[in-house]
Design a protein around this ligand. Structure first.
Ligand code: ATP
Ligand code: MG
Length: 415
């Protein structure tokens, strides 16, 4: 009896890898206490101005999706290794982290330069002051995540790896260079967690903040046996027929009128510049309405036989948009389906670090090959690869530059 129950459970897990993780009474009691406290007592938080319009239920859904993903990742370790008190602390921290992004992820601006974001951070800190899993007071709570194995909050900075030019010495096209920063690392993490839970994500930010670069980077690192991806750039000529065709070329017939991907794979469909399609005289954007229909009902109509429906499975949209371009925002009935995260303009410290790493990488790659002595790469601060170590000694001996010039280049690179 027990065995057949287990078999059935395994089968269900196989059939639906996106089923919510099984949580016990302890976890339930923590979440049931915290949800009304953080959401119920703070209804004004979800009404504050965001980078684009969001709905309250969207905040709750985003929070749940992040909690589910965290539990899916860590539940086995939590249950096996932790005492009840430690488990409670971990669940509290998961809730704080997920709620912070669920409610506060769509505030405009990267730091607390935005008054509303500042207010949110203050309220959030006051609210979790009595919890055992208190978010650190230093800096912004968004700069931290909770590591259940260490049992404490850790700075995202730790996960940012220094850019290293290709070890083989191959030239990399400038547009392909991507320098990880705190912002890109944490948003990459959030999109990964959402795709795992099969929830749609929308990054919203000004031009050139790196939205497309982060999603492209994420798609490149997806495991092909789990996630298949495709990209469509929306523009003012994109209509629902174009979009439907693009999706139909990526899915295959599963059974009857159902289309999707084989063996539980997900089709991550990256829609760039979501708000660019033309707004017609009825105030609608046809591709946006098609997306809404697919997310809400999972169906297309066969364009040659309109009485026929095609059921679409395994499809997940991941999107970006610039709120100052195109139609600015899109139909709220679609927007509410997304977990929305704001993509702030990087501050000057981040920009300097990005430029420094690109310049250092370029010098490491090219100086030795093409120029006979120019810059001492002691300037690139820490040597990042075997190239830079050799290069520094190599160039010092051949360098015709005055020491003041070298010092100034060094100084600029280091900044
Ligand atoms: N962290 C980074 N490291 C290196 N290059 C970056 C980084 N972030 C952005 N870039 C570069 O900046 C440029 C703009 O980035 P991207 O196209 O991703 O911006 P976007 O937010 O999608 O802008 P838009 O709203 O105009 O589409 C690209 O050339 C990209 O390679
Ligand atoms: Mg873009």
């Amino acid at each position: 009896m027990e065995r057949s129950k287990h078999k059935q459970q395994k089968k269900e897990e196989y059939d639906n890898p996106f089923a919510p993780p099984e949580i016990d009474d302890l976890a339930k009691s923590v979440f049931l206490t915290l949800f009304p406290k953080f959401f119920g007592e703070n209804t004004e938080l979800s009404k504050m101005k965001r980078i684009t319009s969001i709905v309250e239920m969207g905040c709750v859904q985003t929070t749940c999706a992040i909690i589910d993903a965290l539990l899916q990742d860590h539940l086995p370790v939590i249950k096996k290794m932790m005492e009840d008190e430690q488990q409670k602390l971990t669940y509290e921290a998961f809730f704080c982290f997920a709620g912070m992004w669920g409610i506060g992820g769509a505030f405009e601006g990267a730091s607390d330069s935005n008054a509303e974001l500042k207010q949110f951070i203050q309220t959030w800190k006051v609210q979790n002051a009595n919890l055992k899993a208190k978010i650190p007071d230093t800096g912004s709570p968004f700069d931290h995540y909770f590591d259940p194995e260490e049992g404490k909050w850790v700075e995202w900075k730790r996960k940012v790896v220094e850019y290293e030019p290709s070890a083989e010495g191959e030239e990399v096209m400038f547009s392909k260079i991507f320098i990880p920063t705190v912002q890109t690392v944490r948003l990459n993490y959030l999109v990964t967690q959402h795709v795992k839970r099969k929830r749609t994500v929308l990054f919203v930010g000004s031009a050139g903040t790196g939205k497309t670069a982060v999603i492209r980077g994420f798609l490149r690192t997806c495991q092909p046996e789990k996630v298949v991806h495709a990209t469509v750039n929306f523009n003012s000529f994109t209509d629902s027929a174009n979009l439907q065709k693009s999706i139909e070329t990526k899915v295959e017939k599963k059974v009857g009128k159902t289309y999707g991907l084989p063996s539980n794979k997900i089709l991550a469909f990256f829609i760039d510049d979501l708000n660019m399609p033309y707004v017609d005289k009825y105030g609608t954007q046809t591709p946006i309405q098609l997306m809404r229909q697919v997310i809400d009902y999972g169906v297309f109509f066969d364009r040659d036989h309109l009485e026929e429906k095609k059921f679409i499975e395994d499809l997940l949209f991941v999107s970006c948009m610039n709120p100052k371009a195109g139609s600015f925002s899109v139909d709220t009935r679609l927007q509410r389906q997304f977990s929305i995260f704001s993509f702030g303009t990087p501050d000057s410290a981040i920009l300097k670090s990005v430029y420094r790493q690109i310049l250092a990488g370029h010098l490491v790659m090219n100086v030795d090959k093409n120029w006979h002595g120019m810059v001492s790469l002691t300037a690139s601060s820490k040597p990042t690869s075997k190239h830079s170590r050799g290069l520094s000694m190599n160039l010092n001996s051949r360098l015709p530059l005055r020491s003041s010039t070298i010092n100034s280049i060094s100084e600029n690179c280091r900044r």
